[in-house]
Design a protein around this ligand. Sequence first.
Ligand SMILES: Cc1cc2nc3c(=O)[nH]c(=O)nc-3n(C[C@H](O)[C@H](O)[C@H](O)COP(=O)(O)OP(=O)(O)OC[C@H]3O[C@@H](n4cnc5c(N)ncnc54)[C@H](O)[C@@H]3O)c2cc1C
Length: 389
Amino acid sequence: MLDVAIIGGGICGLTTAIALERRGTEPRIYEAATEYRPVGAGILLHTNAMLVFDRLGLADRIRDAGVALDGGEIRSPAGRVLKRLDLSGVERAAFGHGYVAIHRAALQRVLLDALETEVQTGMACTAVESTAPLIATLADGTTIEPDVLVGADGIDSTVREAIVPGVSRRRLESVVYRAVVSVDLSPPYRSRGFQCWGVGTYTGGAPIDTGRVYWFGTAPEPLTPESADPAAKLAAIREHFGGYPEPIPSIVAALEPGDVFRSGLADVPRLERWRRGSVVLAGDAAHALLPFGGQGAAQGIEDAIVLAHELTAHDEPAAAFDSYEGTRKPRADRVHDEARRMGWLATRQSSLGARVRNLGVRVLPRRLFDRIRRRRFAETPLPKATRAE
Ligand SMILES: Cc1cc2nc3c(=O)[nH]c(=O)nc-3n(C[C@H](O)[C@H](O)[C@H](O)COP(=O)(O)OP(=O)(O)OC[C@H]3O[C@@H](n4cnc5c(N)ncnc54)[C@H](O)[C@@H]3O)c2cc1C
């Protein structure tokens, strides 16, 4: 049996491990964090992610732990609907799955429960000393020499250094605020995603379970200094986002001081390669995207099932990596470029630019909008199912 070590037990690492187990391989998983802590944010799993989870037998559990959305809408700051998204009309009709909004901690739980192998926490990989023969060092000083090493260690990947050295985050001049909020929304928003495209600000969210909503909002720069007290931070958030159309004001009014966390926005440039010797990258380590378009995790989930399939379908890792990179990289590169374009559009800071953009979204013909979505999900790479799937 192939000895596979996975570095990183995030969404991509865990999904890769589950897909390998379904194919009869028991990977080792090394995670830097000492324990899995609840993350205070939600995530939207698009149809392509759900198709992979369906193949792994996890779609029902994920839907039960989150909210299967009916649809979504994009509004202007004045409340005008620019586009409606009817998930039954395209995604469910053609592929059997719409989008699921879920708390990140709930998704993590479903994945950890599905996994037979125990994740080795507190075990950061500190360096890949050599890619062929493969030698990697862990934080406790031990070295590992598996047949294959999968770098699923996120945007600041250590493993990536052994493949494409010197790559680092490319920051976008914006910050994002995120929170999970307990709030009783009016009925349409209990099963619908919502977004509002403003001037320099992009905000929205979705219900993630009964009574809780995931909210996000960007701003061109931090609304308060890091040193401001929690009450002042919250007041600035309410002031900045409170004038957007419902349900945003209801959500920000319900925020408690400790609910919100702020982070920067960044991607990494497209990599020229994803593998070297016996080492291969997956997830954000290979293709960290800007979050506009909601495809970051979904692309890592696609990597997971394709990589697991190729590793078990070929005798030689090199042949498996060729097929994996050939299938996944062109698609991930396309999505990467789209996310960048979306990020540029969504963070326009001139009011004229934002108005032209919103007009463009409004007049985009429905048939074209539907066709783009249909193509995205029709191209989901789903290798042949195994008997365990
Ligand atoms: C604001 C925002 C909103 C987003 N919204 C969505 C969305 O709605 N839908 C969507 O599909 N995507 C979304 N994404 C993207 C998504 O969060 C990421 O693409 C996804 O989490 C990447 O998963 P990953 O497993 O590749 O990496 P990570 O989630 O970063 O996991 C990497 C893991 O590796 C561990 N690790 C790191 N270094 C080491 C090391 N040296 N050794 C061992 N372990 C290590 C980390 O502790 C971590 O557990 C969003 C991103 C942002 C920033």
